[in-house]
Design a protein around this ligand. Sequence first.
Ligand code: MN
Length: 497
Amino acid sequence: MKEKEIWFLTGSQHLYGPAALKQVAANAETVAKGLDADPGVPAPIVFRPIVTTPEEIRAACVEASASERCAGVITWMHTFSPAKMWIGGLTRLTKPVCHLHTQFNRDIPWSGIDMDFMNLNQSAHGDREFGHMCSRMRIPRRVVVGHWEDPAVRAQVGEWTSVALGLAALRELKVVRFGDNMRAVAVTEGDKVEAERVFGMSVNTHGIGDLAAVVKEAGESEIDTLCAEYDDTYEMASDLRDGGSARASLREAARIEIGLRRFLETGGYGAFTDTFEDLHGLTQLPGLPVQRLMAGGYGFGAEGDWKHAALVHVLKVIGGGRGRGTSFMEDYTYHFHPDGTRCLGAHMLEICPSIAAARPRCEIHPLGIGGKADPVRLVFDAATGAAVNASLVDMGNRFRFLVNTVESVGISEPMPRLPVARVLWDAKPDLQTAAEAWIQAGGAHHTAFSFDVNAHQIEMLAEMTGVECVRIDEATEMRRFRQDLRVGEVYYGIRGL
Ligand code: MN
């Protein structure tokens, strides 16, 4: 996503004379450069010439919409900019909008203020005129209020920018499914045509044999090199080490990783699924290869779960450089102890090592299902801290995002017989409410788990795509929550028509 950028559009008008407009342009460029230089803003903020007429506004919006580089626009009305001038442009704008409601000066210059100053610094009412038109046109956007040098304001711009980059990734994403969904499972199904219409991502299938053919082509020397990388990177179980009894299985995992990576790179895919029910031509269910590809930024969903494969990738893009980790996840087992309820999150194999607390162990163990050879996998405990579990489901007439805030609490008890990566979390507001709300809202058993993305960012992503988002957090109370679901049925039901 490095080539993506955000355009800074400043509105004004020709009422104040050329000198004032020159000052508007200079101030706007200073604001744009200030945001651009902020390390918390994860994309270049590009100053664009100020717009003062309907023609200029329309041209700027058409150009932003057509630009492959532009992931979103920040708008600011330095002076008054009559909003009928914006109708033509906003009608054509297809990129997400952050309305920065700021002002060049922080303070009122009490002793020096005169009507020239008042004319030049009118965003207090100029931005309201612009906001009225956005609301009247039902344009979803983020409104950030405050002085542009305030770190809190810049942080909000940075958070929005991350989501705009995620949306750009979603619109361009290609998801490949190796085989179909796990038989008879409901929540991993969904309308792939509608997914492409709503989100832009394409979701298509290859028979597992197409992948097996590429895996077979992996050369012995590249397998040697990759196994050496495993030896250097992980704490290797003794049977997987060079000369160990299961070294051949590690080489098989390396062969699968090489083939998978090649297939994804050749096809330009950013996310993928597989299923243990369809592994013809592969010797083991991909564990280690999937974990390592996820760590490299690929989205993954098990059992054919293409919606969560896409979501994992998009959250990795939104999480960007913060780098505390994002993974495919499943609510696995509960701890209903009266001293504190917990949920143990894990999967059969495929948890991303980006969320690991320490150097992962590389191990091999039997897998009870699928009827294939023992798969190699990375085993670790996740780091601790605030995180989210996010989900995307198909409700039949529309999509719905869900997000639950959780706290990864760390694992104090050893679990020597559990051979998979795991996270133990405290769900907010408490497990009983969180699980009841999640189930009432139809959330999946799979999620995208992230330390780097917050619940508000999931809501922003949903709003940018016009999709419902159900949030479960400290403030969730069931009576109100169920009422919100009923309201959502009406609002998003009508909206989808
Ligand atoms: Mn699963």
